[in-house]
Design a protein around this ligand. Structure first.
Ligand code: ADP
Ligand code: MG
Length: 387
């Protein structure tokens, strides 16, 4: 390949002679007699090398050198300088000249210097190319690494979630077994206590104070019994009837008992139910229980007002139902426990609500997720399969 050279010198003689010599040595030579025209030429021709005269009228050779180096970094520049200006030469090298040649020069020396600079240039350019390729490789490796990390992370959270769900299901099963047995055993003696207390009550008509005590016993027994019934319901499915139900109807029906509480607390309702809601095969009361429990928790969090959001959407596989509030949110450290039976942060809570929700969702082969931002609110998402 013939290397392109450009000679920039105001002396016609030099231009002609040098170009003759260099052409005969196999270079592809262009010439121009002033610096200002040289830039356009360099831009078009992209010569490997410029031979630039330092002493020219109009444009200072140093300025021209600086401009060329800045605009065309791949074009190298050899400067012609007059004898006795070695100090200038140092300055030129600092400004980016590849070499300098003192005028007058011998042809042999000129060619030798040019070939030398071209050799260095080709090595430096190749080097730059390698550095660039290396950088690209690094970037690519980094991209792969990141992708891999993301995939591992994704799999890990998926595994963690699956593991957590298995744990919950096992817990629920164990608890179901235990509590069903216990509740049954306890309800029998409770029943006797209640009966005896009722007999006592009847016989204490003339002693109002004593009578009020036995009535209290009856009330407390009823309270214990109600807790046991609830406990049973967290673990055991009550009699159910599967029917084709419209989820929006169930939502509307479950909302009814809460409307008055919402009005009193100043809670606004945001409902996003699509025109055509999907229907699924379910027990309406059971599914209604899910919403009632979620609404009850949400409203508990919004005693000073807020927004209750209920939404419903679906694709051809699942229906996604969400219930969101703008209450206090759930602290991160509680997130793993809220579905546990008995877990409650309320003074008068039972901790059954969400475990019932979870059991019902599982019954329908669904999935539940909670997103909560302490201080901002909480949203429960429930997916149920459509078939
Ligand atoms: N919407 C909610 N916002 C904030 N915390 C909630 C919400 N829902 C549930 N929780 C937390 O989960 C706990 C368990 O709820 P749940 O099982 O319904 O039992 P309970 O309501 O009787 O406490 C609550 O005590 C509360 O700490
Ligand atoms: Mg509750």
């Amino acid at each position: 390949m013939r290397e392109k050279l450009l000679i920039v010198d105001d002396e016609r003689m030099i231009l002609e002679l040098t170009s003759m010599v260099l052409s005969s040595k196999g270079f592809d030579v262009s010439v121009v007699d002033n610096a200002s025209e040289s830039y356009g030429l360099i831009e078009r021709e992209q010569p490997a090398l410029v031979l630039l005269d330092y002493m020219m009228p109009k444009v200072n050779g140093l300025d021209a050198l600086i401009e060329m180096r800045a605009r065309f970094p791949e074009t190298y520049v050899i400067m012609f300088t007059g004898k006795g200006s070695e100090e200038v030469a140092v300055e030129l090298m600092k400004a980016g000249a590849a070499d300098y040649i003192l005028k007058p020069f011998s042809n042999a020396k000129l060619v030798e210097r040019i070939e030398n600079v071209l050799h260095i240039r080709s090595i430096e350019l190749r080097n730059k190319e390698l550095v660039r390729e290396q950088g690209e490789l690094h970037a690519e490796i980094e991209r792969w690494n990141r992708e891999l990390e993301e995939r591992v992370e994704h799999k890990t959270t998926e595994l963690e979630r699956a593991h957590h769900e298995i744990l919950l299901t096992e817990k629920l099963a164990a608890l179901g077994h235990l509590s069903a047995g216990m509740a049954h055993e306890i309800r029998n003696p409770l029943n006797s206590i209640s009966l005896f207390a009722q007999v006592m009550s009847a016989g204490l008509e003339k002693e109002p104070e004593m009578r009020s005590y036995s009535d209290k016993i009856i009330n407390e027994v009823e309270r214990i019994d109600a807790i046991l019934v609830k406990l049973l319901s967290t673990s055991k499915r009550s009699p159910f009837q599967l029917r084709t139900v419209h989820i929006d109807d169930i939502i509307e029906k479950s909302l009814q008992p809460f409307l008055e509480q919402m009005r009193v607390q100043g809670v606004v309702l945001h409902k996003h139910l699509p025109q055509q809601t999907p229907s699924i095969l379910a027990d309406a009361d059971e599914l209604g229980q899910v919403f009632s429990n979620l609404f009850s928790n949400a409203l508990f969090e919004m005693k000073q007002g807020g927004t209750l959001s209920v939404s419903l959407e679906h694709d051809d596989k699942d229906v996604l139902m969400t219930v969101g509030d703008t209450g206090g949110g759930i602290p991160e450290e509680h997130l793993h426990n809220i579905f546990d039976p008995f877990f409650t942060t309320k003074e008068r809570g039972t901790g059954f609500g969400l475990s019932v929700v979870l059991r019902i969702v599982k019954t329908y082969a669904g999935r539940i997720n909670v997103v909560s931002e302490p201080g901002q609110g909480t949203t429960f998402q429930i997916w149920l399969p459509l078939v």
